[in-house]
Structures are given as structure tokens and as C-alpha cells.
Design a binder for this molecule. Structure first.
Ligand code: OFO
Length: 168
């Protein structure tokens, strides 16, 4: 595997692990607020991010490369309300989309067709992630001054389950 691409994969593994850590911090916020459905949604998100990290990690080994694990930044821990949290999730997912696009560019530069194909899955996943988050954010904005609507949304988000994705 090209060394520059291997390094770029390792950096993205770190970002995916940071995403999991950030969403774990958000899950803790919702648990403290007794919004268990929102906490569940975030926990599913944590597991999704771990699976994204592992998809990249496994790929590096499949190609005979090696993985350098890096320090994970401390995530933000204080939030004021659910809308703020989901605005930050959306902003973060847009940032991740830009990172995946940059990583794909590196794979294209070194003409690694297999990596480009794998990253196609991540590009599609980002479209889905941004759409899911925008949907929750839109519902939250509708509900914002109505505690009953917030509780209904909490119940709805409690139903989200993690299904391990087939990456690639
Ligand atoms: Fe949320 O998609 Fe990975 O980071």
C-alpha cells in the first residue's frame, strides 16, 4: 500500500474514533438530561463510528500495510440543549464528509482503485448520515417549545438500533 495513502487512512481512523468519542460525550449529556431515546440514538452513532474506524483499519491490514494509532482529542463535554447538540453533529458530519473527500483524492492521486472503491461506500454513508441528522434537527426545531413533542421524539429515537454495516 502506498505510504502516503496508508498515513491518510491512519489519520481518518483517528477521526472516526474521535467521532465515536464526541458522540459518547453527547450520549452522556442526554443521559444526564434523562432523555434516554436521544441517548440511545447517540449510542447507535458511537457504534456506527467505531465500525467506520474498523472498516478503514481492516482495509490497511488487508493491503499489507500497518496502522499507527494516534491520540484521540478530548471532545466537547458541555451542551446547553438538544438543538445545539444536533447542530454540532451536523457540522461535524459535514466536516467528516470533507475529510472523506480529501482521502478519496489521495487514493485517486496514487491510483489505488481498491481504496477508491472502498471510499465510495464512505461517501454514500456520509450522504445518509447528514440526511439522518438533518431530519432529527428539523424535528427538534419543530418541537422546541413543546415538552410533549420533545418526549414523543425521545420515544421515537429510542427505537433506533445498531445494525453492523457491510462496508465496501
Ligand atoms: Fe459519522 O461518519 Fe464516520 O465519522
Amino acid at each position: 500500500m502506498d505510504k502516503k495513502l496508508e498515513q491518510a487512512f491512519c489519520e481518518q481512523i483517528n477521526k472516526e474514533l474521535y467521532s465515536a468519542y464526541l458522540y459518547l460525550a453527547m450520549q452522556a449529556y442526554f443521559k444526564e438530561e434523562n432523555l434516554e431515546g436521544f441517548a440511545n440514538w447517540m449510542y447507535v452513532q458511537v457504534q456506527e463510528e467505531l465500525s467506520h474506524a474498523m472498516g478503514l483499519y481492516n482495509y490497511v491490514f488487508e493491503r499489507g500495510g500497518s496502522v499507527e494509532l494516534m491520540s484521540i482529542d478530548k471532545p466537547e463535554l458541555k451542551f446547553s440543549n438538544a438543538i445545539e447538540v444536533f447542530e454540532k453533529v451536523l457540522e461535524h458530519e459535514k466536516y467528516v464528509t470533507s475529510l472523506i473527500n480529501d482521502l478519496t483524492q489521495v487514493a485517486e492521486d496514487v491510483k489505488d482503485r481498491a481504496a477508491i472503491s472502498l471510499l465510495g461506500w464512505y461517501i454514500k454513508e456520509q450522504v445518509e448520515e447528514e440526511a439522518n441528522v438533518s431530519n432529527v434537527l428539523g424535528n427538534l426545531k419543530l418541537a422546541q417549545n413543546d415538552p410533549r413533542a420533545l418526549l414523543l421524539l425521545d420515544r421515537e429515537l429510542a427505537a433506533r438500533t445498531f445494525v453492523a454495516p457491510v462496508i465496501g
